[in-house]
Design a protein around this ligand. Structure first.
Ligand code: ATP
Ligand code: MG
Length: 560
């Protein structure tokens, strides 16, 4: 079976083979296991699309499991946001919503099993000492002096740890494996630590918590996961996860690693994103400049665009960085199909049409979406005073500027030919407004005498237009790889100071008066814009989702 973009990959090949060999009775059960310590980002979307996508393709199921083993960093707010984001992406976990914290009792029992098998012990070395004893890649580790405690003593101490007899950090439970293993993860890893902290779900029931390494594989096993798909950094943990499962003699999921998504101009790490939020470099997790699902949703990206992007990039074992232009390409492709076209002027310049009657208003017909004629047409009012874009006029145009200039004629979209006859300036020489004439015989945009113009401008009627604030975005980081840092520098120094540009005096065609937060429109010639929830009765706020210029198509054409 291939993914939606028609591709197969090494994970699909493994699953096909497992099904053919009737492994797990041919069953496929995957899971998406976020740690609820931040909002999901576009990298997580890749993992979600893989796990839910594989389940859909192979007639299987996908669980969602919150790996909530760290009470000090986790919050219910994150759990809710994660569920909202997965649903929004279009995936459904039915009633298969699980929490590692549901398994705390079972994980405790498993730990007791390991103690009884003499492969786990209570250690009283400090965290610092444990690190020193661990050794390095070049140097074997050293056994802890507590390694040879009796089963009875270990059982008793572990029970007392659970009861709250000891302070944070004074003792840990460790697996007894091999302090000289070439794999550092196998050098007696800590599996329980004392943390006198409330947990968002278990409250104060526990004061010892399993480590991620101890909880993760066993949680997969408890749920009967068949294919435990994770990112490459867990490759070195696989021997440890296998060791735990073998010691316990429980269901053995197959772990498969893939390369995580990296994007140019983007940071994908919850810890770093949290830093941006806490230090107010952005206005929250859902700031439209953030690579979080909630940020790009607010920006106007669609779930379809994200899923198409994830299908296109596929799955591999090789680390690489994807050009963000590819993601934007899929956003444009999707919005091109669905976004209604409208006219909005974001840097208004007033134009008085001298030969147009002062008291007249015409209703002109405009096409809602040339890509989808079933979207129909609408009326837009035209009158003596209109706004055009400041950029669409130059008093002294250079050679290749074809738009409006003194004495020159252009087309007003869906309206008439317009010719510039005069400029009004203030005493400092700034242009206040233009004077123009229109040609009544060109209604609809064509001249009966066949004369041509070189430019078509968008416009709105002054008296009929509605006010709007428009927020234009650029990459949040200046550098293609924001994490490539010189010694002693912080990634936040790479933040782009011009990533947000707010335009407060924009004017839009009146049909947008009913636009609702979350809806996306194409402002002709300017890009796609999504209504922001900050909009009020008085003023609409729009986020520019993307411009119309598709850098990806250019890259593709040039064959790079
Ligand atoms: P971060 O590095 O952003 O903190 P994480 O790996 O710690 O991410 P988890 O909540 O543990 O975050 O991730 C849940 C799942 O999403 C994991 O299976 C993880 O491998 C996967 N994942 C996280 N980041 C990416 C990424 N950039 N590309 C693909 N998958 C990712
Ligand atoms: Mg993680």
């Amino acid at each position: 079976m291939n993914n939606k973009a028609g591709k197969s990959d090494f994970i699909r090949e493994i699953i096909k083979k497992d099904i053919k060999e009737r492994k797990n009775e041919g069953r496929v059960l995957t899971r998406f296991p976020p740690e609820p310590n931040g909002y999901l980002h576009i990298g997580h979307a890749k993992s979600i699309c893989i796990n839910f996508g594989l389940a859909e393709e192979f007639n299987g199921k996908c669980n969602i499991r919150f790996d909530d083993t760290n009470p000090t960093k986790e919050e219910a707010e994150y759990v809710e946001s994660i569920k909202r984001d997965i649903r929004w992406l279009g995936f459904n976990w039915g009633n298969r919503e699980y929490y590692a914290s549901d398994y705390f009792e079972k994980l405790y029992d498993y730990a007791v099993d390991l103690i009884k098998k003499e492969v786990a012990y209570v250690c009283e070395l400090s965290a610092e000492k444990i690190r020193q004893y661990r050794g390095t890649l070049k140097k074997p580790g050293k056994n802890s002096p507590y390694r040879d405690r009796s089963v009875a003593e270990n059982l008793n101490l572990f029970k007392e740890m659970r009861k709250g007899k000891y302070s944070n950090g004074s003792k840990v439970l460790r697996a007894k494996i091999d302090m000289s293993s070439p794999n550092l993860n196998m050098r007696d890893p800590v599996i329980y630590r004392i943390l006198h902290s409330s947990h968002h779900r278990t409250g104060d029931k526990w004061c010892i918590y399993p480590t991620y390494d101890w909880a993760h594989g066993q949680s997969d096993s408890i749920e009967g996961i068949t294919h435990s798909i994770c990112t490459l950094e867990f490759e070195d943990h696989r021997p440890l996860y296998n060791w735990f499962i073998e010691q316990l003699g429980i269901h053995h999921p197959r772990q498969i690693e893939f390369a995580r998504l990296n994007l140019t101009y983007t940071v994908l790490s919850k810890r770093k994103l949290l830093e941006l939020v806490n230090n107010r470099f952005v206005n929250g997790w859902d700031d439209p400049r953030m690579p979080t699902i909630s940020g790009i949703r607010r920006r106007g990206y669609t779930p379809e665009a994200i899923r198409n992007f994830c299908n296109e990039i596929g799955i591999s074992k090789a680390e690489s960085t994807v050009d963000i232009a590819l993601l934007e390409h899929f956003v444009r492709e999707d919005l091109n199909r669905r976004a209604p076209r409208v006219m909005g002027v974001i840097n208004p310049l007033k134009v008085i049409i001298d030969n147009y009657p002062a008291d007249k208003t015409e209703e002109l017909t405009a096409v809602n979406n040339p890509e989808d004629l079933s979207a129909g047409t609408r009326k837009i009012p035209f009158s003596k005073a209109i706004y055009i874009e400041k950029d669409d006029f130059m008093e002294n145009p250079p050679k290749k500027f074809y738009r409006l200039a003194p004495g020159r004629e252009v087309r007003l979209r869906y309206a008439y030919f317009l010719k510039c006859t005069g400029i009004s300036k203030d005493k400092d020489g700034n242009i206040i407004e233009l004077h123009c004439t229109y040609d009544p015989s060109t209604k609809g945009g064509d001249a009966p005498d066949g004369r041509k113009v070189k430019a078509t401008l968008h416009w709105v009627s002054v008296q009929h237009s509605i006010p709007a604030e428009v927020r234009l975005y650029d990459h949040l980081f200046k550098n293609e790889n924001p994490l490539e840092l010189e010694e002693g520098h912080d990634f936040k120094e790479n933040i782009n100071p011009d990533s947000l540009n707010i335009l407060r005096d924009c004017r839009l065609e009146p049909s947008l008066a009913v636009a609702k937060p979350g809806e996306t429109y194409q402002f002709e010639r300017l890009g796609y814009f999504c209504v922001d929830p900050d909009s009020t009765e008085e003023i609409k706020v729009f986020n520019r989702t993307v411009t119309l210029k598709d850098r990806w198509l250019k890259i593709k054409k040039s064959g790079i």
